[in-house]
Design a binder for this molecule. Sequence first.
Ligand code: APR
Length: 244
Amino acid sequence: MHQDFMPPGIVALTGAGISKESGIDTFRDKDGLWTRVTLEEVATIEAWHNDKKKVLDFYNDTRKSFRAAHIVPNAAHKALARLEQKYGGEVTVVTQNIDPLHEQAGSKRVIHMHGRDGESRCMNCGTVTVSDIDLTPQSVCPHCKAVGQLRPNIVWFGEMPMHVDEIDDVLERCGLFLAIGTSGEVYPAAGYVLQVRRSRPRVHTVELNLEPSVNRTLFHEHIYGPATLTVPAFVDRVLAYGWK
Ligand code: APR
């Protein structure tokens, strides 16, 4: 009997660079967030224990800045959504970004490995709540009613990324791996290119970044330039000719 042919999966690992042209700062560029804010003071569990108000205010402000009217998906986000719609196989975006721009662009299969903006998690009972309300050190968990135990549902330095098994699964099925707008400095995301090359010897791996990333030598192909130009052109190429 004839079996339907399912083309190999495509995984796009995205980082802050894909949202830069939408008006969201990256972390490590010369105008990046970590040049203005000390990450140990806002992005660790120790920081939260030391000064909850400071950490919660920082993420309250971040959430509001993402909601600003001018922050909209750009041509790179839209191109990945188009790839998912038009390609005959599975296309998964694995993003390190907490912003909602992939979903707003129309991508359906999006895995937020560092959490997502607009969710809180109770450190007492673990319940995750979708909420756009500012968190304060007095906030009450809607589930267990603990006071002062709500934090943003975001992966801080020293914490385990989310959805790692699901990510391993999509990497296992992929024939094309893209890393878009990420510096390659933060693991485990920076190690996915090697992971996929070890488990899928025929995989094609492409780095699309403004400049060479730290792990550039691990990729088969390198495309440098702003994501709004490189990603749509690359998607056109894949949809027309594949990647070989
Ligand atoms: N188009 C493409 N790439 C760009 C653009 C652009 N317009 N602008 C900047 N870049 C590239 C930069 O050259 C840089 O290599 O995006 C990359 C962004 O790197 P980082 O700031 O390190 O961001 P990211 O890799 O997403 O960081 C990973 O680190 O601080 C943590 O949790 C945070 O998820 C984040 C993680």
